[in-house]
Design a protein around this ligand. Structure first.
Ligand SMILES: Nc1nc2c(ncn2[C@@H]2O[C@H](COP(=O)(O)OP(=O)(O)OP(=O)(O)O)[C@@H](O)[C@H]2O)c(=O)[nH]1
Ligand SMILES: [Mg+2]
Length: 237
């Protein structure tokens, strides 16, 4: 009845300017997905800095910029969201990694950026709307590297079949999600259409990785991981 593809070795690449919240999202996601029973981290494959990052988040302190590519393997179980169940294969499990990179490497489109997206089946582009009270001003400097990264991916990484655009830090600004989407899409319409024509699925999200207490009580994560999982889990009726 049910079939599933394995995503083994493949991953979700986190992309975005320095400070948008990639590492915070990653560490909060590991914690949160475990809490809700969707995924467990593979402890044997943890990067050495994991413990420090968790400590900083729990104590509400800022993180240091990421310097190199870091990969975290997560093992997902069957998940249900809003009445829809995703089956993660015959063993009820599927493993994929989340790939964190330095925002500087991304912005400069270095070799490290190319390496970070090489093994991905999905790309999450994180955007920080909190940089200005004027959303258009917040976006300045974030669109151009996204444009470049999407062009690179469409040209070189045909395995990437999913783009998620994630507006971070929702507790730190007062822009409306619908307004943000409209303005963002306006700036990238031809490119997003080109991606869709190539079979890339696109969705937009709003999150806060630190939550209301500014520590580790994230908001808005389920739809992102449900979407990403649905790219690799095929459910046959
Ligand atoms: N309140 C709040 N703060 C956040 C959120 N995401 C990130 N931050 C803060 O923003 C700062 C930068 O976040 P990072 O996760 O280090 O950003 P990054 O994208 O990994 O940056 P680079 O590694 O330099 O590319 C950190 O001090 C975070 O605590 C969020 O959703 N809410
Ligand atoms: Mg980082």
């Amino acid at each position: 009845m049910i079939s599933s593809l394995t995503a083994s070795g493949k991953g979700i690449a986190l992309i975005g300017n320095p400070g948008v919240g990639k590492t915070t999202f990653l560490i909060a996601a590991i914690h949160y997905l475990d809490k809700i029973g969707w995924a467990r981290i593979k402890f044997k494959e943890l990067p050495p800095e994991y413990g420090t990052l968790v400590d900083l988040l729990i104590s509400g302190k800022p993180l240091s910029p990421t310097l190199r590519i870091a990969e975290y393997a997560l093992e997902f179980s069957n998940v249900s969201y809003k009445g829809v169940e995703l089956k993660t294969g015959v063993f009820g499990k599927i493993t994929f990694k989340i790939i964190d990179m330095s925002g500087q490497d991304y912005r400069a489109a270095t070799y490290n950026f190319q390496e970070a997206v090489k093994d991905a089946f999905a790309a999450l582009f994180l955007l920080d709307p909190s940089l200005s009270e004027n959303f258009a001003h917040s976006l300045a400097g974030q669109i151009e590297p996204i444009d470049r990264a999407i062009r690179y991916i469409l040209r070189n990484e045909r395995d990437i079949k999913y783009f998620g655009f994630v507006f971070t830090k929702s507790n730190l600004h007062s822009h409306y999600f619908d307004d943000m989407i409209t303005l963002f899409e306006e700036q990238l319409t031809p490119l997003l259409n080109m991606a869709k024509e190539r079979g890339v699925m696109i969705n937009m999200f709003e999150i806060d990785s630190r939550g209301k207490d500014g520590k580790l009580d994230p908001e808005g994560f389920e739809p992102i991981f449900f979407d990403a999982l649905s790219v690799v889990c095929k459910v046959k009726k």
